[in-house]
Design a protein. Sequence first.
Length: 156
Amino acid sequence: MGGDGLDERVFATVENVIDHGGDIWWLHLSRCRACGQHWMIAQEERIFDEHFLRRLTVDEATRISINAEWPIEFLSYERVLKTGHALRIRPCIFLEQLPASLVWTAQDLRRERPDISVEEIALMLGVPEAQAKRILASGSSGQGSWWQRMRHGLGL
Ligand SMILES: [Zn+2]
């Protein structure tokens, strides 16, 4: 969604029903108060700063509410980012070399899929490979544990 107030118009009637929670902090089940339509929403706020919405059938929404069974599209951060890239959304440009958003995202991508390559991480973050290497290195040094403490402190 763009910066033309569309977010506000959509979210005027779409309300959060269930958060996935845990490590998957970005994923929500929502429902439109006006028409009853359920949506699965990935709240991507690190790379694209966008909400991704997928329309759900009544069955899918019920499986989420009753069995905590979520459709797979947004279940990993890599899948969410791949969605953004597939839609050709431009990644945010950061002025710093090692922004926390990118450090955390690189760590999450590695945690989700330990054999992910630096090249793939660079592609997902929208940065050159050399910068992705520095981001990964900073995440595994003492600075990384500082970020993790920060992140923990923020409840993320
Ligand atoms: Zn509606």
